[in-house]
Ligand binder design. Sequence first.
Ligand code: BV8
Length: 252
Amino acid sequence: MSSGSAAGWGESIAQAAEALRKARHVCVLTGAGISAESGIPTFRDALTGLWSKFSPQELATPEAFARDPETVWSWYEWRRELVRQAQPNAGHLALAELARRVPGLTLVTQNVDGLHQRAGSQGVLEYHGNILRDRCTVEQIVAERSEDTRTGLPRCAACGGLLRPDVVWFGEAIPAGPMTLAAAAAEDCDVFLSVGTSSLVYPAAGLAEVALRRRATVVEINLNETDLSPHADLVLAGPSGQMLPALLQAMS
Ligand code: BV8
């Protein structure tokens, strides 16, 4: 079901608002699209400048890090700066408010930018980790940085081991906690919101499929069609920074 026209999405927004008003448990999955209006490029957006010759999928791998940790670290440091300068937008803020309007809400994000937490969302499941944390490659725990920067690459203050960003790279497992809690929420929810994601990266993209199988009302909010669009009950085709506040408005 698609609703490109204003009249169309007005009706779909009303139907989505009705489903949310009656909801017992809402599960929300967000992707890079919700942070686009905060100035953070999505994975689909071609990398610019000195990164234009790389694809995110090739840089965000343990193989790339093993081969060339300097390049991978400087890419993450570039992205960290973008995240530090970014502010949560109306879409992030609307999801924090939605959690206060429904009995239960589980927010699962593929984003590593921490903007949901900065918008006031509680208990955010960081499905792919967080870019602002360092993890020790020896102890495999979140670690502090050593003051000793002689080696150029960040080192663990405790054991001197090489640090890496605390994110999930392609080919790596999703952290057990978020993986289990997100799957349970997709199984249990009666409304599933898929916001700003291309629904191409697994196992995250499988969560909407679980919700569909469980006959939850699946609502997609995206600027563009995705593989999920034909299967969703409602599609709100527009920027999440406008659609989510409009949804809250329609609920009141
Ligand atoms: C694993 C962290 C095994 C790092 C990321 C099944 C089928 C096919 C492939 C696989 C499969 N199962 C596994 C795979 C392989 C792979 C995968 O899915 N590949 C894809 C590319 C085909 N998955 C994995 O490797 C996963 N691990 O399977 O491990 C295993 C199991 C057990 C034990 C050991 C190993 C790990 C995947 C996680 C990788 N890490 N990020 C970092 O950030 O640096 S993924 C990263 O890319 C993001 O986190 C996100 O998940 C993904 C990008 O997707 P989106 O967020 O959706 O963003 P995208 O740019 O694609 O799209 C943006 C959307 O927003 C668009 O639709 C656009 O229209 C829309 N939009 C734009 N602006 C707006 C908007 N919408 C609304 N408003 C706007 N303003």
